[in-house]
Design a protein around this ligand. Structure first.
Ligand code: FRU
Length: 445
């Protein structure tokens, strides 16, 4: 029996999932599209489609986009949705790889920016290329992709990730009056090279602060920083993003093993984020492959910006499926999971200098104030995952979203997050020791 099937995270029944795409609220439904391949180990990319009224129960809609045009035949790559009156506008990258002896960096590839119009969010009314490689600024390789479009002060803006001929990652900004004709206005980059390609950019304002999120590929890390092969960061933008704005600093979005290519959108005054719980090119694996599928999404997270930091917390909808099972107010507690439940939320306030948690037979969390870090490590079943470290002096609170095969650890009120897939072979105990108060809920959906 497959015990790793997620209870409250989006994942495919069969096949491969990567980036969330086209997140929006349209005609009474939240829509999630995502990068999908029929082959569980990856293949030509489609846009799969789900919709939900409450961010909890998802219905599957037919495949929205297939790589069936000359301008996207090697994959309908990542992109976004913009809802304008009663119309859904989709932008994505039409990926084309020519057959032949090419390097696929400077030759043999096309990255076409495609605009799709849909009146009902299910059928395509029009689909045409609005920019080809020749329309992007000079000095770039053929790697330009992942449009994110938004409206600001009566104009439309698009960010696109790019790789320069000097092998440097950056983000391009375009402007439009009508969503069809796009004019390049400027580039966001760092002084020093920061990865060779920036994928999946997103630019948004939150509490008066402009934030540029992106996934730099190939940033080399140390024990506490950039521990994965590719990263996800947010840049804080000072000034006007259209003119004199510049990157003043960056912070990492996630400190775990499996988190990449997040996208945000606004609805009802909330900025929500969904990320892919996967890591391209990583040397760890996912044993769900034996059941014919791979990867899942994170939970939806609500963003806030304060103290110059982006905070994330699971959306409040997830609180409606909580069933209290245990209250912690002791030094050492073991919860014996005799019901074989697999979806939990563990909420902890910490008052001590050290804290240890063991989740099933698989994951260990260890905070030590003298050492100055929170260590997330695998006792067993890591499938190549070993340990990740978060440098923190004090640990005030933890909120851990546990599903059959994933963990999302929100630290200090969501100031930091560590996300990881985990594949327990036995779901018996959750052990906690430290000077803590807390609650364990099972999440029943
Ligand atoms: C990020 C990414 C995007 C691309 C898509 C292809 O994971 O590489 O840059 O559009 O995946 O599936």
């Amino acid at each position: 029996m497959n015990t790793w099937r997620q209870k409250y995270h989006i994942e495919p029944k069969k096949g491969w999932l990567n980036d969330p795409n086209g997140l929006c609220f349209f005609k009474g439904y939240y829509h999630v599209f995502y990068q999908y391949a029929y082959e569980p180990e990856g293949g030509n990319k489609y846009w799969a489609h789900l919709r939900s009224k409450d961010l909890l129960f998802w219905e599957e809609a037919p495949i929205f986009l297939s790589p069936d045009k000359d301008f996207d035949k090697s994959g309908v790559y990542s992109g976004c949705a913009l809802v304008k009156e009663d119309t859904m506008h989709i932008f994505y990258t039409g990926n084309v790889k020519h057959k032949g002896d090419f390097d696929y960096i400077n030759t043999g590839r096309e990255s076409n920016t495609v605009h799709v119009v849909s009146k009902d969010g299910e059928h395509i009314d029009s689909r045409n290329v609005v920019m080809y490689n020749k329309d992007y600024p000079k000095g770039l390789t053929l790697h330009v992709r992942d449009p994110k479009v938004f409206e600001y002060e009566n104009k439309y803006y698009m960010v696109l990730g790019a790789r320069t001929m000097e092998d440097k990652g950056e983000v391009l900004i375009f402007e439009s009056e009508d969503l069809e004709n796009w004019k390049y206005i400027r580039t966001f980059e760092t002084m020093a090279r920061f990865g060779y390609m920036w994928e999946c950019p997103d630019l948004f304002e939150i509490n008066g602060q402009w934030i540029l999120m992106a996934c730099p590929q190939g940033v080399q890390g140390g024990k506490y920083e950039f521990q994965n092969i590719h990263s996800c960061v947010y840049f804080i933008i000072e000034g006007d993003f259209r003119t004199n704005g510049y990157i003043s600093e960056y912070k990492e979005v996630d400190f775990g093993f499996d988190f990449y290519a997040p996208q945000t959108f606004m609805h009802d005054g909330r900025r929500l984020l969904l990320g892919w719980m996967g890591m391209p090119d990583a040397d760890y694996t996912n044993p769900t492959l034996e059941y014919g599928y791979q990867h899942c999404m994170s939970v939806f997270r609500e963003l806030d910006f304060k103290d110059n930091t982006l905070y994330m917390k699971p959306v409040k909808e997830l609180e409606s499926i909580r069933k209290p099972v245990f209250e912690y107010a002791e030094e050492k507690v073991i919860y014996k999971n005799t019901d074989d439940k697999r979806a939990f939320e563990l909420e902890i306030s910490n008052f001590g200098e050290s804290l240890k948690i063991e989740i099933f037979d698989t994951v260990k969390l260890d905070f030590d104030a003298n050492r100055g870090d929170l260590e997330l490590s695998f006792i067993a079943n890591g499938y190549g995952r070993d340990a990740r470290y978060l440098k923190i002096k004090s640990l005030d609170s933890l909120r851990i979203m546990i599903d059959s095969s994933s963990l999302e650890i929100f630290v200090n009120d969501g100031k930091y997050v560590m996300s990881a897939r985990m594949y327990p072979s036995n779901y018996s105990d959750i052990k906690v020791s430290g000077n803590i108060r807390g609650k364990l809920y099972s999440l029943d959906i």
